[in-house]
Design a binder for this molecule. Structure first.
Ligand code: PEP
Ligand code: CO
Length: 451
């Protein structure tokens, strides 16, 4: 089939959702020119390796764990916060490896998750209307005209903070932060409220320690590979000026274009119109790409989207991240799976059980219920299993901090707790305990013979 030609800025001629209105176009141009000169944050061979692994996840040979903040903040670019977010994902991954008996692909919503789509262009408080907050890559959350004005300089600051974050993560994962020879490091810290889960977790860590000891005794040497793990980054590829500036050709693969500011960009549910700028940009890059799929997606649209984003049916290229909500998944998901199966297309299915389950409390606080999140995930597993399809991963908003943003979980957080430690500027995240509890629930479920 004829594919229309593509260049890194062909998206500019297409309808654009979530456009940022900059008042100073010279400042925007010079920020983008500067960004385009700076070195990439990731390499094409890492990107290709991830694509391979996602292909394996589509066949049920690996499981994708993608998680992190709804929106990173520039202030949170600190050693302790980065390390605790990394650590909770690593811990979840070991629980999943143990329970699911398969390798886990670890992908953070890290090192560049700075641009947010908003449902409304503006926000009104006490009769004053200002542009909505769109994440730190664009503007600031404070409700003043100054803070809400988009600043091109934030694009450079976002790049720099992404670089600092990824640099620190690379150092940690290469340098023994995840060294399985030290099980004590993996022990539970502030896991006080879920005694049963803490016991399960300790048992897993002890078994891993015993298994390593056994293997090293048999091999007669230390297994040094166990000191490092793979870790990949992802973010919503929303701000196309920013994404384009880091879109490059590389000497060893001169026929391809890579987005080299992240391994795995995704298209949000609000920006996936077929004739829109985001689909146009994403169709030309060689990275593995994700697309969020919400209740408005029809089977016909989905097949068209697959044809545009993955015309050669390359396994691992396209991950469909479905996010319907606990009340809609049973009605929405089966027809999409059936359409993909009928068409014989290769996709990696991933469940985001967060974004369809956002609630607003009577006092106006955004939250999510742990039980509903888990319920959507369990339904997703059932539906894929029932249709002979494979759920290849999970996408969650979480933090390694002890926040109180989602209700429920072993500690039984309730509405009254939300005021205590709520720091997300956008969506509510699972906290450390809730995130680990989620990993246990998935591992338990998958170890009962689910693919
Ligand atoms: C998100 O992942 O933070 C997000 C905005 O998701 P969605 O596009 O699914 O609404
Ligand atoms: Co979110």
């Amino acid at each position: 089939m004829h594919e229309p030609s593509w260049i890194p800025d062909s998206w500019r001629s297409k309808p654009m959702e979530q456009r940022v209105a900059y008042s100073d176009s010279d400042a925007l141009r010079s920020a983008i020119t500067e960004l385009a000169k700076l070195p990439p944050l990731v390499t094409s061979w890492e990107v290709e390796a991830l694509k391979q692994q996602l292909a394996e996840a589509s066949r049920g040979e690996r499981f994708l764990l993608q998680g992190g903040d709804c929106s990173e903040s520039f202030d949170d670019c600190q050693a302790s916060i980065i390390a605790s977010n990394l650590k909770v994902l690593l811990k979840m991954s070991f629980v999943l490896i143990y329970g699911c008996r398969k390798q886990v692909i670890r992908v953070g919503r890290f090192a560049g998750q700075y641009a947010k789509p908003r449902s409304a262009e503006t926000e009104t408080r006490d009769g004053i209307t200002l542009p909505s907050y769109r994440g730190p890559l664009t503007n600031r959350p404070g409700f003043t005209a100054e803070e809400r004005t988009p600043q091109p300089a934030y694009l450079l600051e976002g790049y720099h903070r992404s670089a600092l974050t990824i640099n620190f993560i690379r150092g940690l994962v290469d340098g023994g932060f995840a060294d399985l020879h030290h099980p004590e490091f993996w022990n539970v810290d502030f896991f006080h409220h879920a005694a049963a889960a803490a016991d399960d977790y300790r048992q897993i860590i002890d078994s891993i320690g015993a298994a390593i000891h056994f293997m090293e005794t048999v091999a007669g040497r230390r297994l040094d590979e166990l000191t490092r793990v793979d870790f990949f980054t992802s973010h919503e590829g929303l701000h196309l000026e920013y994404e384009q500036a880091q879109t490059r050709q590389v000497p060893r693969r001169p026929d391809k274009w890579y987005n080299l500011c992240t391994h795995f960009p995704w298209i949000g549910d609000r920006t996936r119109r077929l004739d829109g700028a985001h689909i146009e940009y994403f169709r030309g890059i060689a990275n593995p790409v994700g697309v969020k799929v919400g209740p408005s997606m029809t089977p016909e649209q989905l097949l068209d989207l697959i044809e545009i984003l993955n015309p050669h049916d390359e396994p691992g290229r396209l991950t469909l991240i479905h996010r319907f909500g606990v009340k809609r998944i049973a009605e929405c998901l089966p027809q999409l799976i059936e359409a993909v199966l009928r068409a014989g297309r290769h996709v990696t299915w991933c469940c985001d059980p967060m974004h369809g389950n956002t609630l607003v409390t009577q006092s106006g606080v955004k939250t999510r219920s742990f039980d509903e999140i888990l319920d959507e995930l369990n339904q997703a597993l059932d539906i894929h299993q029932g249709l002979g399809s494979i759920l290849g991963g999970v996408h969650v908003e979480l933090t390694g901090e002890d926040v109180t943003e989602c209700i429920g979980g072993a500690r039984g957080l309730c509405e009254a707790d939300l005021g205590r430690a709520y720091s997300s500027e956008v969506d509510p995240r699972l906290n450390y305990e809730q995130a680990l509890e989620m990993a246990f629930a998935i591992a338990r479920r998958m170890s009962r013979g689910w693919r």
